[in-house]
Design a protein around this ligand. Structure first.
Ligand code: NAD
Length: 240
């Protein structure tokens, strides 16, 4: 695993790390990503995943949307892996300022991270589209088919679907953290989903690190590329 020693040294020196991650951060927790060969996009469904998890599909075919969503996007048994745990520890130690994630699984918070910008929302928050009442994950999973509120409205997960915009407040906060970071570590993301992928352009420092299993479009801009599984790489960082 080339570059590990360099990464270790930079982490030791740093007090303002920002981490920006995606689905690859949670694959070692048993949640499939979208674009690996065994990821969601390569499994067989009547429609491609990006069609099913779009706003128009959700409106037109809510039954099918929730069938896919509950079956393929919610993994209740998943536990944080070493990558989530190390990031939480760095925050505790005052090395890391924030985690910016495209994931919706809540595993960073489960590991103890506090400053987490969830660009694409979370499966753990659900709201009635009519009266706004809040529902937790367990409650909607216990409902068959399309989850409905007592008022008759549909309950929608607080997850950003394709065709929907990102929360501007969260995006601005993420931009600000990245702009001021002394080190930006990007991990487990194919960096192809916009506008999230464009965040890397706000980084102004000289320690841009990519930790990913496969090549990304920003490898050539990076100061260091570590190729490997992020949970394994991060566990090695903690070894003496
Ligand atoms: P992606 O599926 O497009 O890309 C995942 C990337 O991570 C790939 O480059 C892959 O090579 C890499 N990867 C996979 N396992 C890895 C590992 N163990 N270590 C290091 N790298 C690894 O994911 P994306 O870029 O996050 O974009 C897809 C969208 O899918 C996001 O918007 C996200 O909201 C959503 N999504 C979320 C989850 C989740 O919450 N866990 C899961 C699937 C998809």
């Amino acid at each position: 695993m080339g570059g590990l020693e360099q990464l270790k040294e930079w982490v030791e020196e740093s007090s303002n790390i920002v981490f920006f991650g995606g689905a690859g951060v949670s694959t070692e927790s048993g949640i499939p990503d979208f674009r690996s060969v065994d990821g969601l996009y390569n499994q067989q469904y009547d429609y491609p995943p990006e069609t099913i998890i779009s706003h128009s599909f959700y409106k037109k075919h809510p039954e099918e949307f929730f069938r896919f969503y509950k079956d393929r996007m919610v993994f209740t048994g998943a536990k944080p892996n070493a990558a989530h745990r190390v990031l939480a520890r760095w925050e505790e130690e005052g090395k890391l300022r924030a985690v910016v994630t495209q994931n919706i699984d809540g595993l960073h918070q489960a590991a103890g991270s506090r400053e987490v910008m969830e660009l694409h929302g979370s499966i753990h928050r659900n709201y009635c589209t009519r009266c706004g009442r809040f529902y937790g994950l367990e409650e909607i999973l216990a409902m068959d088919g399309v989850p409905r509120c007592g008022c008759g409205g549909t309950i929608k997960p607080d997850v950003v679907l394709y065709e929907e915009g990102l929360d501007q407040g969260i995006l601005q906060k993420a931009v600000s953290y990245i702009r001021h970071a002394d080190m930006l570590i990007i991990g487990g993301t194919s960096l192809v989903v916009y506008p999230a992928a464009g965040l890397v352009n706000y980084y102004q420092g000289n320690k841009l690190v990519i930790v990913n299993k496969s090549v990304t479009p920003v490898d050539n801009q990076a100061d260091l590329v570590v190729t490997g599984k992020i949970g394994e790489v991060f566990s090695k960082l903690m070894e003496e």
